[in-house]
Design a protein around this ligand. Sequence first.
Ligand SMILES: Nc1ncnc2c1ncn2[C@@H]1O[C@H](COP(=O)(O)OP(=O)(O)O)[C@@H](O)[C@H]1O
Ligand SMILES: [Mg+2]
Length: 383
Amino acid sequence: MSNLSTIPIFHRSELARNIANRTLSAKGLAGVFISAPRRTGKSTLINEDIVPYLRQQDVEVIYVDLWSDRSRDPGDLISEAIRDHLRQREGALLKWARRGGLDKVKLGGVELDIGKVGVGSGKTIAKALAELSDATGHMIVLVIDEAQHVLTSEAGASSLFALKAARDQLNGSAHHGFRLIATGSNRDKLSLLVQGKDQAFLNAVLMDLDPLGDDYLAWEMEQFDGDVRPSMDVVSRAFAVAGHKPETLRKALDDLAFKFGTTEETVDAVFQTIVDRIIAEAKQGFMRQLNSLPPVQASILTVMAKMGADFAPFRPQAAALYAAECKLLTNDAVKIDDSAIQYALEALRSKSLIWKSSRGVYAIEDLQHLLWLADDGVTASAL
Ligand SMILES: Nc1ncnc2c1ncn2[C@@H]1O[C@H](COP(=O)(O)OP(=O)(O)O)[C@@H](O)[C@H]1O
Ligand SMILES: [Mg+2]
């Protein structure tokens, strides 16, 4: 995460240690899934605290962020991360191969083997990871950031089964263990990965990550270089209203530092106004985007927000609601048949407003959008 290197980090060492140790214990065998809303600090905690701690414990950590390139197939990203790690460990693998550990007859040399590792064949991943485990004598932890993305492609979904095969093999007594840590910005999507008996990581732990707390806020305030500081009480409430997003808080504090002439008496009110303005602007930006959508797309998005988990795009109940929403937006009668719905869903997906699993489950991409859409009267007043 190179963009983080210039931003000072508040370390959550104890939390990271607890999560890591739980993961390494037998309780983490089925996998550990961590959920928290977007931009609240998951990747930072993973990269700055959890991964370094695991490496200190001599764990082989392989990290992949499925949002690093949304145009790439998640299955490919996972295989590539594993291949890259194997290349880094080529020295250890070669040494081990020379000692006769590697199955040379079948694999024809380490180099070739690494190039072939992919999710297309579950055996290959399991085999490659088993070799890494044997060559290094270490436990392997694979961290998949924004793991719900695997469900958007068939290759991604099948990569989970490849990883399950690897997990089951590596946790056998002949090897040194394997754990999966997965994060996700949406609990419902993440739970699709651990619930349902056809899911590879059934019975994995699904935990909600606590938002950054008062200790973080105190640390952030230490760095505030404005003339007068707002009270912790107001800062803490503003952080909650901002959905516990450090970036929003920091922007508000930056703005406050430029409000010259603020006094002890006025600073809390000034800060509050700044935070309210930032949040209102974010909402306006989204509303503008909503207003510029074709009526069918805007209607579908609104209905999705209202129906929540009950949303089934092609059922008559949903169709009736689309029609009602559409009527509010346009005077002309709009024909909403299945192909119009299909087209609109695809358009919303390509604008990253909604998320679709390869099995046809739909969800609103950003929880904040969902809250704004579900606000009473959004359609009537804003459109
Ligand atoms: N512990 C932290 N200390 C300082 N800044 C943080 C911390 N956690 C998150 N941030 C800030 O919030 C932003 C979003 O965090 P990130 O970890 O990318 O969230 P997520 O992975 O949950 O979307 C980061 O770019 C960083 O600026
Ligand atoms: Mg992240």
